[in-house]
Design a protein around this ligand. Structure first.
Ligand code: NAD
Length: 384
């Protein structure tokens, strides 16, 4: 079948198997070029198929020489419908990692569920005995609770509504958006989906089953961003969940002190992923960040960020005053943010290409689904 991109709103409903393989191949090549350091050897990655989780899996495999188990929630191909990008990424990663001599097993299903936790724990017990690192990189719109009820996360403000510029990704038009206020129920639910509860459940279940190694490390991802996005991100409903995630890191380190567990938050850079494209205002900010950071020679994608986290920041334990790894250090540099602030008010539909890296945004967007790689033949028939 010839696979073409079909973009609907902020997602693409098709994915290209060869392009996804190319994306994985390039990320692996990057990590191989950077070399290895001493580190954990048995790593569980929850949310391992795309974005920061996939990059983490690649970074620990090729940065530590680690075996990995990955958990993600992806769809396989059906009839003429392609699989999701995360499904192709996972297949490509497993195959290349195996060729390079690494153990890489993946589970596809609901990471929130007890069944998935049991299955993964059984596999760790049988295949490894114990895991010495757990990376939690799940980003989900909803969660099925143990009693079967479903809760959804929302991207709203807390306190008062917020109006600012945004970009309409269908037309590249700069418009205004008013982000509504989340009610208490919505905030509670967002915390349930994107906060630390499920991370804690994983760690507790693993510790109870005896599959968490003494002195293990666990890390989950967060975002802070500049003042202009605070009402929708840091201080919004998602930010409340991220606060909970941080509090969970403190709680886990304290509670599992006897096992010498170290639980961390890594605050990462704003990047185009399937999750970030859905947040109002953020895609416009990302296009400005890309422009400024590329011009300053500071731009990084998920793989550069995760390679830096696992082979530099983490081994050196380079944390901020709150104990967090700061991979947003370059994004939040004063000179970078000053430049962005100076153009934020000026940017319009007419000049967005001058101030923002719209082409870079879209290149990352398409490449997330395996399209627009210059060395992939998109006119060729592929097995989906
Ligand atoms: P992503 O959408 O690329 O990845 C999400 C992953 O979660 C995928 O592997 C997906 O399969 C998996 N997943 C979703 N629901 C699942 C479920 N029910 N069971 C199992 N797996 C499930 O997202 P991302 O942007 O890489 O986000 C990962 C983390 O990084 C999130 O915590 C996010 O808040 C954080 N982060 C993202 C950015 C950014 O700009 N993208 C910046 C900083 C921090």
């Amino acid at each position: 079948m010839i696979v073409e991109p079909k973009v609907k709103g902020f997602i693409c409903t098709t994915a290209h198997p060869e392009g996804c393989r190319e994306s994985v191949r390039r990320q692996i090549a990057y990590c191989k070029s950077k070399g290895m350091v001493e580190g954990p050897k048995k790593v569980l990655v929850i949310g391992s198929s795309t974005g920061y989780g996939l990059a983490s899996r690649i970074a620990v495999t090729y940065g530590y020489g680690a075996d990995t188990i990955g958990v993600s929630f992806e769809k396989e191909a059906k009839g003429k419908r392609t699989a999701t990008a995360g499904w192709y990424n996972t297949k490509a990663f497993e195959q290349i990692a195996a060729e390079d001599g690494y153990y890489a097993k993946s589970f596809n299903g609901d990471g929130f569920s007890k069944e998935m936790k049991d299955e993964v724990i059984r596999t760790i017990k049988n295949d490894w005995g114990q895991a010495d690192m757990v990376i939690y990189s799940m980003a989900a719109p909803r969660r099925t609770m143990p009693d079967g009820t479903k809760v959804s996360s929302v991207l709203k403000t807390v306190g008062e509504e917020f109006t600012n510029k945004t970009i309409d990704l269908r037309t590249n038009e700069i418009t205004e958006v008013t982000v509504p206020v989340a009610n208490d129920e919505e905030i509670k639910d967002t915390i349930k989906v994107m906060g630390g509860e499920d991370w804690e459940d994983w760690i507790r279940a693993m510790a109870d089953a005896g599959v968490l190694a003494e002195g293990a490390t666990t890390v989950a991802y967060s975002y802070i961003g500049p003042v202009v996005t605070h009402p929708i991100y840091k201080d919004g409903s998602i930010g409340q969940a991220k606060k909970h995630l941080y509090d969970t890191s403190v709680k886990l380190t304290k509670e599992f002190a006897d096992k010498n567990l170290k639980a961390y938050i890594s605050v990462n850079k704003a990047l185009v992923t399937q999750s970030s494209a859905a947040i109002p205002i953020v895609p416009l900010y990302i296009s400005l960040v890309y422009k400024v950071m590329k011009e300053a020679g500071l731009h990084e994608g998920c793989i550069e960020q995760m390679q830096r986290l696992f082979t530099e920041k983490l081994p050196k334990n380079e944390v901020d005053e709150a104990g967090r790894f700061r991979l947003d250090d370059w994004e939040l540099r004063e000179d970078v943010q000053e430049k962005i602030a100076s153009v934020w008010d000026k940017v319009t539909t007419e000049n967005i290409k001058e101030y923002g890296d719209i082409d870079g945004y879209w290149e990352d967007f398409y490449q997330m689904f395996g399209f627009r790689y210059d060395n992939v033949d998109y006119s060729a028939d592929v097995e989906i």
